[in-house]
Design a protein around this ligand. Structure first.
Ligand SMILES: NC(=O)c1ccc[n+]([C@@H]2O[C@H](COP(=O)([O-])OP(=O)(O)OC[C@H]3O[C@@H](n4cnc5c(N)ncnc54)[C@H](OP(=O)(O)O)[C@@H]3O)[C@@H](O)[C@H]2O)c1
Length: 246
C-alpha cells in the first residue's frame, strides 16, 4: 500500500500508536483526519501539523460513530483508509463480581467501535481504487495476560473479526490489515499506574512505527510486530481451509 497520497481517518490519535501513525502518514504526504476525546490534544495537533484535520469523537458512543462516518464521507469523500486504533486497557478480577460498566466501556471501545466503524465505511471504501481498513489488535490477541482478561478477549475478537472482514471484502479493492503491536511505550493503562509519571515500558514507539509502516508498505496484511511474532505462532492455520467453500 502506498503511504502518500491517501486520505486516512485514524481513531484515537491523540497519543501513542495512533499519533505515531498520524505523523508518519502526514509526513509521507497523506491527508490525515484524527479523532479522540481530548480536545486540548487535538488542538495542539492541528497547530503542529497544518492541514491535519481533527474531530472530537468518543468512539464508544454509537451516535458519535455514525456522526463521524457521515461527516468524513461528506466532507472528505476521497477518504480511502480507515485505521481502527482507539483502545483502552483495564484490569478485571473475575473472582469477584465484576464492574459491568468497566467491562462495557472496554468492549464498546475496543470491539464494537472498530466493527461498527468498518461497516459504516465499507460501502464507501469499496468505491475507491485503492483502499484499506487497518485494525490495531495486539500480541495479547494470541496469548492473554490473565489480569486484563477483557482487554485480551477484545483483541482476540479483533483478530477473528479481521479474518472474517478480509474474507468478506476479498473481491473488492479494500485491503484489510491487522497490525498486532507488542508491549509498546505509550500512555496505555496510564490510569492504573500509581505513579502517573511512570511510562508503560516496552518497545520504543520509534521502533514500533518503523516496522509497522514497513508492513503496510509491503502489504503484509497480518502483521505481528516484534515480540508479537512469538505470540502469533499459534495462528488459525485452518481458516482458509474452513472458509474456502463459502
Ligand atoms: N501500547 C501497547 O503496549 C499496545 C500493545 C498492543 C496493542 N495496543 C493497542 O494500540 C492502540 C493504541 O493504544 P496506545 O498504546 O497508543 O495507547 P494510548 O497512548 O493510551 O492511546 C490510546 C488512544 O485511544 C484513544 N481513545 C481511547 N478511548 C477512546 C474513545 N472512547 N474514543 C476515541 N478515542 C479513544 C485515546 O484518545 P483520547 O483519550 O483523547 O480519547 C488515545 O488517542 C490500542 O488499540 C491498544 O489496545 C497497544
Amino acid at each position: 500500500m502506498k503511504i502518500g497520497g491517501n486520505t486516512i481517518l485514524i481513531t484515537g490519535a491523540t497519543s501513542g500508536i495512533g499519533l505515531a501513525f498520524a505523523e508518519e502518514f502526514y509526513k509521507a504526504g497523506s491527508k490525515v483526519i484524527v479523532c479522540g476525546r481530548r480536545e486540548d490534544r487535538l488542538k495542539q495537533l492541528g497547530e503542529k501539523y497544518p492541514g491535519m484535520i481533527t474531530k472530537i469523537c468518543d468512539v464508544s458512543v454509537t451516535d458519535q460513530r455514525k456522526e463521524l462516518a457521515a461527516w468524513v464521507i461528506k466532507e472528505y469523500p476521497e477518504t480511502n483508509i480507515i485505521m481502527n486504533n482507539a483502545g483502552i486497557q483495564l484490569t478485571c478480577d473475575m473472582t469477584q463480581e465484576v464492574d459491568l460498566d468497566r467491562v462495557y466501556a472496554e468492549v464498546d471501545t475496543n470491539l464494537i467501535a472498530p466493527l461498527h466503524i468498518a461497516s459504516l465505511f465499507a460501502p464507501h471504501l469499496k468505491t475507491k481504487q485503492d483502499a484499506a481498513i487497518i485494525n490495531i489488535s495486539s500480541g495479547l490477541a494470541f496469548v492473554p495476560l490473565a489480569f486484563m482478561p477483557v482487554y485480551c478477549a477484545t483483541k482476540a475478537a479483533i483478530h477473528s473479526l479481521t479474518l472474517s472482514l478480509r474474507h468478506q471484502l476479498r473481491d473488492t479493492s479494500v485491503k484489510v490489515f491487522e497490525i498486532a503491536p507488542p508491549s509498546t511505550d505509550t500512555e496505555l493503562g496510564h490510569d492504573r499506574r500509581p505513579d502517573k509519571t511512570q511510562t508503560h515500558g516496552g518497545l520504543p514507539i520509534s521502533e514500533f512505527i518503523t516496522e509497522a509502516m514497513e508492513a503496510i508498505k509491503n502489504d503484509t496484511l497480518e502483521a505481528p510486530i516484534a515480540h508479537s511474532k512469538v505470540l502469533h505462532a499459534k495462528r488459525e492455520e485452518m481458516f482458509e481451509q474452513m472458509n474456502s467453500r463459502f
